[in-house]
Structure formats: structure tokens, C-alpha cells
Ligand binder design. Structure first.
Ligand code: HEC
Length: 340
């Protein structure tokens, strides 16, 4: 790649328009990061076809065309998210969030802090392929009334999802947390799902991202540990064992030697977890080097979740409650699930 190209790329990267940091730039004379009308025309057809199918399809499993998927590939650098093309105006640095130096003893060994400024994209990566982000939605937004959008985001599109997925013979995970659309009301005061599904809602540190309420989104996160972390040696469910293991895991994820916990009855675990020399109800665990119950002896790595850990995560609209508080909407934008 020649020097001019690199400079052009840098200029394009600094001049403007996309994402959080406000001011609209001068426009981009080099065409490196905004799709030109010609590039849209020249896009391979199968991809166009898929987009239009997706736009019109009401199916819960997206349709796929009768061609080999290689020919439908539109963005060969789809692993590069739109955030990488943020115009930083030599002022804002959203890049540090993802491109970082390694920390000894931690799992992130990418060591790509240089990408905060290098702009070393591959040839296809030089162009921002996320065309949907360049659509001017002003007109469409103007056509939506406040009452209309409030009505839309208060509709429940979650409760029917499991049934639709099953009817479509979906082989992946089927949502199994009842009433999650009601957000906090689906959980007890300790954060456990009231439906017995063993999901636990937890709080987390805010971190720069695109789900901020200022961007019209909010979200939640739930964790569920595999059965062996919730049962005793003879396979009986135990809330004490589950709570102790969740706290032990949290300590290890955070790199702590001891941690506060939900009330746990040590007698149910047969281990003096707070180290005070007797069995009682504890709110603090000082022995975080191994799990308890059926998971006793299970591999426990610092900063690592155990195999089989599940996460559930919904992205919501920002809604307003009857009493005027900001709350997650009933309607979900996305339901995300992950299992280690
Ligand atoms: C939300 C996380 C995230 C943010 C924020 C982010 N990046 Fe990235 N970036 C990625 C991921 C994921 C990839 C693809 C995997 C990889 O190559 O590291 C990537 C790839 C890249 C690449 C290509 C690297 C290669 O080897 O091909 C460059 C260059 C880059 N990012 C620059 C930036 C710049 C500059 C910023 C800030 C303006 C930025 N990124 C912000 C996640 C992010």
C-alpha cells in the first residue's frame, strides 16, 4: 500500500460523521469509508437479494438462497465492526475499548493497541461496508408519532418467540426464561428468575459501547451455571451451593481473593467458606480457590468462566414507566444467547 493511500485513509478516518462524537464532518472526498452510489450498484446480486428477502420476510429463521454461500459473501471483512471506522477527528478515541495492550496473567493476548491509531486495514477493509449506517433516516423518523412508537415498544415480541422457533424446527437454543419481557418483574430480589430456570440477572460496569440510552438502547445480562454448579454430590439442587459457586466465580473473574455473597448456609456445603472456624450463614467468602457441591474439583482458572456457562442478553428500547422512570422496553430489539 502506498503512502498516499495511507494518508487518504487517515484523513477519511479523521474527518467526520459516524457514531457518537457529534459534529458532522466535511464529507469524504476520497470515498474510502462511505459507500458511493456506484459501489452500491456494483454489489454482487445474491447479497442484494438476501437483504430484500430479510426486509420482507416475517419468518423466525431467515430464508437462504439456493446458491453456495461463498457467492453471497458481501463483506469479506465483516469481522471488522463499524466502530473501527469512527471518525475520531484527532480528538475522540473509542478504539481503546477493544484494541488494547495485554495484561500479564489475563486471557486477552491480541496485543493490538497499535490499532488505536495505525489504521492498518486490509484492502477490502479500507472501505466501511456497513451501508445501513449511512442511510438518512430523518424522513422515516419524522413519519413516526410519539404515540405510535410508545405503542410499538410496549408490545411483547418475546413470549411468542419460543413457540415460533419450535414450530420452525429451530435446532439452536430456545428462550427458556419466562416473562423476561417484564424485565425486573421476572426476577426475585436476589436476581434469580422466578420461573425456576436458574438464570441470574447481574449488574455490570458500564463500558463505552453503542447500547447507551443516549443512542436509544438499553440492555440486561443474565448468567446460568451448569447443573453441577447447582447441585450437591448426590445430584440434589441446592440454592446455597449455587450462590456460593456464583460468588466464587465472580471473585475469580475479578481477580479477588475474597468476595461478598448472597446469604449462604455453610452447613449445606460442608465447608467453612468464610474461614471463621465454624459453620453458619455467611455473606462473605474467603476461600475462592475451588468450587463447591458437585463442581468441587472442577477446573478453576483465573478470569475464566467454566465450560457450559450460559449468558443471556437482551437489547431493548428505552421506555418510560407510568411513574416517569426510564426502563427497558417490553419489546426486544435483540435476544442474544451464548454458551461456553
Ligand atoms: C467494538 C470493538 C472495537 C472498537 C471500538 C474498534 N475496533 Fe477495530 N476491530 C475490532 C474487531 C473485532 C476487529 C477484527 C478483528 C481484528 O482484526 O482485530 C477490528 C479490526 C480493526 C482493524 C483491522 C486489523 C487487521 O489486522 O486487519 C483496524 C485497522 C482497526 N480495527 C482499527 C480501529 C480503529 C482505528 C478504531 C477506533 C476508531 C477501532 N478499530 C475501534 C473491534 C473494535
Amino acid at each position: 500500500m502506498n503512502l498516499l493511500r495511507i494518508i487518504a485513509a487517515l484523513l477519511a478516518g479523521l474527518s467526520g460523521k459516524f457514531l457518537a462524537h457529534g459534529a458532522v464532518g466535511e464529507g469524504d472526498p476520497h470515498g474510502l469509508d462511505e459507500p458511493s452510489p456506484e459501489s452500491l450498484e456494483a454489489s454482487p446480486l445474491p447479497y442484494r437479494e438476501i437483504i430484500s428477502w430479510l426486509r420482507s420476510s416475517g419468518a423466525v429463521i431467515p430464508p437462504s438462497p439456493e446458491v453456495h454461500s461463498v457467492t453471497t459473501l458481501y463483506n469479506r471483512e465483516a469481522i471488522v465492526p463499524p466502530q473501527c471506522y469512527t471518525k475520531t477527528q484527532a480528538f475522540s478515541n473509542p478504539c481503546y475499548v477493544c484494541h488494547q495492550a495485554p495484561v500479564a496473567g489475563r486471557e486477552n493476548v491480541m496485543n493490538d493497541m497499535d490499532l488505536q491509531e495505525a489504521y492498518s486495514f486490509s484492502e477490502p477493509g479500507m472501505r466501511n461496508h456497513w451501508e445501513n449506517l449511512f442511510e438518512d433516516r430523518t424522513g422515516r423518523i419524522a413519519g413516526i408519532s410519539d404515540a405510535g412508537i410508545l405503542d410499538y415498544i410496549s408490545q411483547d415480541n418475546y413470549s411468542e418467540l419460543p413457540g415460533r422457533l419450535k414450530a420452525a424446527n429451530f435446532h439452536g437454543w430456545i428462550p427458556d426464561l419466562r416473562n423476561l419481557q417484564l424485565a425486573a418483574a421476572a426476577f426475585n430480589e436476589e436476581g434469580f428468575a422466578t420461573d425456576g430456570s436458574q438464570w441470574l440477572a447481574f449488574s455490570y460496569k458500564p463500558f463505552p459501547s453503542t447500547f447507551w440510552p443516549t443512542n436509544g438502547s438499553t440492555d440486561d445480562v443474565m448468567i446460568r451455571l451448569p447443573e453441577r454448579f447447582r447441585t450437591d454430590g448426590s445430584g440434589r439442587e441446592s440454592a446455597d451451593i449455587y450462590k456460593a459457586n456464583l460468588a466464587i466465580l465472580e471473585a475469580n473473574i475479578k481477580g479477588l481473593e475474597k468476595i461478598g455473597c448472597l446469604p449462604v448456609d455453610e452447613a449445606a456445603l460442608g465447608r467453612d467458606l468464610d474461614g471463621d472456624g465454624r459453620m453458619g450463614i455467611i455473606r462473605r467468602i474467603a476461600d475462592v480457590r475451588s468450587y463447591v457441591g458437585a463442581a468441587k474439583g472442577e477446573f478453576l482458572g483465573r478470569h475464566l468462566y467454566p465450560a457450559g456457562t450460559e449468558f443471556l442478553h437482551t437489547v431493548r428500547y428505552v421506555a418510560i414507566s407510568d411513574s416517569g422512570e426510564i426502563v427497558p422496553s417490553v419489546r426486544m430489539k435483540e435476544v442474544r444467547y451464548m454458551r461456553k
